[in-house]
Every structure is written in structure tokens, then in C-alpha cells.
Write a protein that binds this ligand. Structure first.
Ligand code: SF4
Length: 394
């Protein structure tokens, strides 16, 4: 049994998680042959790494980094995995005036920034033209308020407008398969259009954080490796990996749950292909056992950050001698995590193995007790007092 598998089995919540032994052995080999910079510390973004989850922290992600849609819930593309459902819970700002009012309101409620997005037109463009002057006004009035923009497809001119309006971070999905673009997105655009969008964005001063949605082709991996090669050619500031959660797929075009071992293999390849680029696992991924498998692989493959880690992931990282940091952030809105992650390695609280193991034990015991009827009794430890800072600056 490889050393890493033994260490994994010592992590109580992961002792029965099914993993591919050969893949883990390959990851361990990569680790042993890599220099330190290829296996950096790991930052976990989570509101739950503490004995008691306070309501302030639970809510803080939403109020700190709300998502705002300039089209409300409307989207012309109606991709098979989404059907515009992702937009529904967002705050609508269908006019520039409404955006100004929304931003003033959320800043008053404590927001540090926002994800600005909207539904696409038939060419996978979000039509921001009328909004740039309002965005500029927001940044002039509130320079510390961070704006991450879902850009969709752009050219050099549009990317420049985004930069000049003061956008801090630009995000887009990179799709590496023509079949996925045509069939899942119903889009008459090419893989090259996605590459040239990335090229336009990285030529600006904005932070650029592309996403790869793993399993986007009806739950199967198809264009992911090509997407990674595209990213390698343009080297953005960070890459967010998410795993498709096809809640909204129509019955006529169902999605499979992506194979966690294939996802793990992709993590390992991504790490090798982009050794110096921060790789973050975003919060979107299937729940349950698959999530435990995916998160174990994320830790072992050497990703830089994991949002909402599965139970045991933090302990596993510590047992693998990774330098562990915890940023107590909610990630229903992943943008805050990403922007914070771009600020460097200094976010989060560094925690040693013994504290982590003790913390995890306490949390599991509390969860067991809660099931036995003790839920709702607030227990605050010293760790709480420390780790409850940072998310909202509270
Ligand atoms: S373009 Fe975006 S919002 Fe619209 S359906 Fe596709 S994934 Fe959803």
C-alpha cells in the first residue's frame, strides 16, 4: 500500500472512500519528483471549519459577494446543463440605474464586491455596453469595492472597455470541444473564439480567471484537456475548476455524474500542465460520496485551493504535509474566493495538523450530538474566535 493511501485511510471520514490506487500512486510520485513550488500550500475556503457555524458566517458569503445579473433570469442560449437556472437567484439589475441602486444597497449591507453577470445572447455575449459608464462610476465612488465580471465571449475592443470601466477580475468558461459548443451550448461559435477571448482578456490589466467546467459534455470529459492547453498558451492569473452539476438538464438530454477518477486524473494533468498557475476547485461539484472522492484527489493532485471541502479534506492535506490555510468564506458566490485567492498566499489562517485533527473531531462529535437532539446549542471555542475573522472582515 502506498504511503499516501495509508495516510488517506487514517482520515476517519475518508477511510472508506473508494479511490484509484494507481492514480494515487502516480500523484504521490509526482509529488516526490516535484520541486516545492509545484506543490504549494493549500487554502480551504469554508464557513464550516469551526466547532459551531455562526449565522453571521453562514450569511456572509451572500452579503459579502452577491451576484448581480443584468438580464435578471433571462438567457437566450439555454444551454443543456443550465437552462438559465443559475441566474434565477441572482439580484436583477436590468438597467444601469438599477445597477447603481443595487450596488449602493449591497455596499450598505456590507458587500465587499460582486459578481456581475447576465444571460447570453445567441452569440454567447453578455451585452454590457450600456453599463460601462455606471461600472466606472461605481469604481470611482467605491474604489475598494471589487467587481468580477463574467465576460462571456469578447474581442479586444470589448475587453478594453471592461478594463477601462475598472473591472477587477474577468471570468469566462473555456470550452475546448467543438461538439460541446455546438451540442450543449447550441452555439455557432468555434473553439478558437474561446481562445481569442482569453487572449484579449489577458492583454488587459484585469485579473483573468477562466473556468473549466469538467464533465460539460453531458457528464463526460471531452474538451477539458484542450481547454487546459488553451489556458497554457495565455497564462491567466488563476484557473477555477468546477465539476458539472446538471440539475437542470432536460430528460431528453440527460447528464451523467462525471467519473470522479477521471476528474482526479484531470486534476493531476492540470497540475502538471500549469505548474505555476493557481488552480482552485470551485464550489460547484456533485455532492455526497463523489464529492469526497473528488476532493481527496484535489488535495493529492496539488491544487492550490478548494472551496467548501468535503469532510476530511483539511485533515488529509495536513497529513500529506501540505501547508494548510483556512479562509472562512462562504462560497455560494465563488467570486469572493477567487478574488481573495488572487491576492496571494497571505489570505486565510495557517493551522497545524494537531489543531486540524482536534477541530475535525470536535465538529464530527458535534454533528453526531446534533443528530441526537443537541443541535442549535452554540458552542464557541478559541478556534472559532480566531477563524471567524477574515470572511467579511468581521
Ligand atoms: S449561457 Fe450561461 S446562464 Fe445562459 S444557459 Fe448557458 S450557462 Fe446558463
Amino acid at each position: 500500500m502506498s504511503d499516501w493511501i495509508e495516510r488517506l485511510r487514517n482520515v476517519e471520514p475518508m477511510e472508506d472512500v473508494q479511490i484509484d490506487n494507481e492514480l494515487v500512486a502516480a500523484m504521490e510520485q509526482e509529488f516526490l519528483s516535484a520541486d516545492d513550488s509545484s506543490f504549494p500550500g493549500i487554502n480551504f475556503y469554508t464557513p464550516t471549519f469551526k466547532v459551531f457555524e455562526t449565522s453571521e458566517l453562514k450569511d456572509c458569503g451572500k452579503s459579502a459577494w452577491p451576484a448581480v445579473s443584468i438580464t435578471g433570469g433571462d438567457c437566450k442560449l439555454q444551454c443543456d446543463h443550465c437552462k438559465a437556472k443559475i441566474l434565477e437567484p441572482m439580484i436583477p439589475a436590468r438597467t444601469p440605474e438599477q445597477l447603481w441602486r443595487v450596488v449602493n444597497g449591497i455596499i450598505e449591507e456590507g458587500a465587499q464586491g460582486m459578481l456581475l453577470t447576465g444571460g447570453s445572447n445567441h452569440r454567447n455575449q453578455v451585452e454590457y455596453d450600456n453599463y460601462y459608464s455606471t461600472i466606472r462610476r461605481i469604481k470611482d465612488e467605491y474604489p475598494d469595492f471589487k467587481i468580477a465580471l463574467h465576460t462571456a465571449l469578447v474581442d479586444d475592443d470589448i475587453a478594453l472597455c471592461m478594463e477601462q470601466s475598472g473591472i477587477d477580475a474577468a471570468m469566462m468558461d473555456v470550452i475546448g470541444s467543438q461538439d460541446t459548443i455546438t451540442q450543449v451550448y447550441h452555439l455557432r461559435r468555434s473553439v478558437d473564439d474561446f481562445e481569442s477571448t482569453l487572449e484579449s482578456l489577458v492583454s488587459t490589466k484585469m485579473k483573468v480567471v477562466p473556468h473549466i467546467v469538467i464533465g460539460l459534455h453531458y457528464g463526460h470529459l471531452l474538451g477539458e484537456w484542450n481547454a487546459m492547453e488553451i489556458i497554457k498558451r495565455h497564462l491567466p492569473d488563476a484557473v477555477v475548476l468546477v465539476v458539472v452539476m446538471p440539475f437542470y438538464a432536460p430528460e431528453s438530454r440527460p447528464f451523467a455524474t462525471p467519473d470522479p477518477h477521471a476528474v482526479g486524473r484531470f486534476f493531476m494533468d492540470a497540475r502538471k500542465t500549469l505548474p505555476a498557475t493557481p488552480l482552485l476547485l470551485g464550489c460547484a461539484r456533485p455532492a455526497g460520496t463523489v464529492k469526497s472522492q473528488i476532493d481527496a484527489y484535489a488535495v493529492m493532485a496539488g491544487l492550490n485551493g478548494v472551496a467548501h471541502p468535503a469532510d476530511g479534506s483539511v485533515e488529509l492535506a495536513a497529513r500529506l504535509d501540505r501547508k494548510v490555510r483556512i479562509t472562512p468564506a462562504c462560497c455560494s458566490i465563488a467570486v469572493g474566493d477567487e478574488v481573495m485567492a488572487l491576492d496571494g498566499d497571505n489570505t486565510g489562517l495557517e493551522i497545524d495538523l494537531n489543531v486540524i485533527i482536534e477541530q475535525e473531531r470536535q465538529r464530527r462529535n458535534l454533528a453526531k450530538n446534533a443528530k441526537m437532539g443537541l443541535g442549535g446549542i452554540p458552542i464557541v471555542s478559541e478556534i472559532d474566535k480566531v477563524s471567524a475573522t477574515g470572511c467579511c472582515g468581521a
